[in-house]
Design a protein. Structure first.
Length: 235
C-alpha cells in the first residue's frame, strides 16, 4: 500500500535521510524505531508531503505521491498525527474534530462518523465543548488520533504518540493502537517506546543516523540481542 524507495532528505547541508526504503502492506502495523535525531519524524513528514526528497520516490496504492502537496496526499488517504499533536488549542474538541474532515474525501456522514469517534473515545464526548488546550496530555493525544480517523485514512501515521505521557496513559494509547489494528487499520508507527511498539507491530525497521540498519518481523526484532541492547535497556 505504501512504498518508500531510496529516499534522501537534507536540511541545508545536513543529510537527515540517506537512501531509506520501507513498505507498509494493507492491514498491518509497521513500526519505525531509533534514537533521537535518527530521522524518524523527517521520514513521516516526507511521506506526508511536508518535506520533499532530493532523491528517491514514494508510492501510495500504486501511484507516485513524491511531489504532491500535503492536502492532496491527505485526500488520497494518508493521514499524519504529528509529534506534539498539532491541535488547535483555542478551539473546542468538537471544532478540532470537524477539522479532520478538511482535505478528505467528501463522501461520508459527519454525524455518524462523529458518533463513532465518541463511542471509541468517550472522554471526548464528555469534553466536546472544552477548549483543546485545556485537555490533559492523554486526552489531547486521543483527540489528535480521533481527528485523523475522521478523515477515514487508508494509512494512519502516528509520530511518537506516547511522548511525554505518564505510564498509565502510555498503556491507554497503545491499547487504542492495538484496537485499531484488530479492526484492520493500516498504521505506520514512529515511537520512542521501542518495546511497546514492537509488541503491537507486525514488522519493524530500525533507523540509525538516517539509514535503515535493521528490519524484520517485530517479534524477531523484539528478541534480537542487538535491538535489546540498543533500545530495550537489556545487557
Amino acid at each position: 500500500m505504501l512504498e518508500v524507495r531510496d529516499v534522501s532528505v537534507s536540511y541545508g547541508k545536513i543529510r537527515a535521510l540517506k537512501g531509506v526504503s520501507l513498505s507498509v502492506r494493507r492491514g498491518e502495523v509497521v513500526t519505525l524505531i531509533g534514537s533521537n535525531g535518527a530521522g524518524k519524524s523527517t521520514l513521516l513528514r516526507t511521506i506526508a508531503g511536508l518535506l520533499h526528497p532530493e532523491a528517491g520516490g514514494i508510492e501510495f496504492d500504486g501511484r507516485p505521491i513524491t511531489r504532491l502537496p500535503p492536502h492532496r496526499i491527505a485526500r488520497r488517504g494518508l493521514r499524519l498525527v504529528p509529534e506534539g499533536r498539532g491541535l488547535l488549542t483555542r478551539m473546542s474538541v468538537h471544532e478540532n474534530l470537524l477539522m479532520g474532515r478538511y482535505a478528505s474525501s467528501p463522501a461520508g456522514d459527519d454525524a455518524a462518523d462523529l458518533a463513532a469517534v465518541f463511542e471509541r473515545f468517550p472522554v471526548l464526548r464528555q469534553r466536546r465543548q472544552q477548549l483543546a488546550g485545556t485537555l490533559s496530555g492523554g486526552e489531547q493525544q486521543q483527540l489528535a488520533i480521533a481527528r485523523a480517523l475522521l478523515g477515514r485514512p487508508a494509512v494512519l501515521m502516528l509520530d511518537e504518540p506516547s511522548l511525554g505521557l505518564a505510564p498509565l496513559l502510555v498503556k491507554e494509547i497503545f491499547r487504542i493502537v492495538r484496537r485499531l489494528k484488530d479492526e484492520g487499520a493500516t498504521i505506520l508507527l514512529v515511537e520512542q517506546n521501542a518495546k511497546q511498539a514492537l509488541k503491537v507491530a507486525d514488522r519493524g525497521y530500525i533507523l540509525e543516523t538516517g539509514r535503515i540498519a535493521l528490519e524484520g518481523p517485530a517479534a524477531e526484532l523484539l528478541q534480537g540481542e542487538a535491538v535489546q541492547r540498543a533500545y530495550l535497556g537489556a545487557g
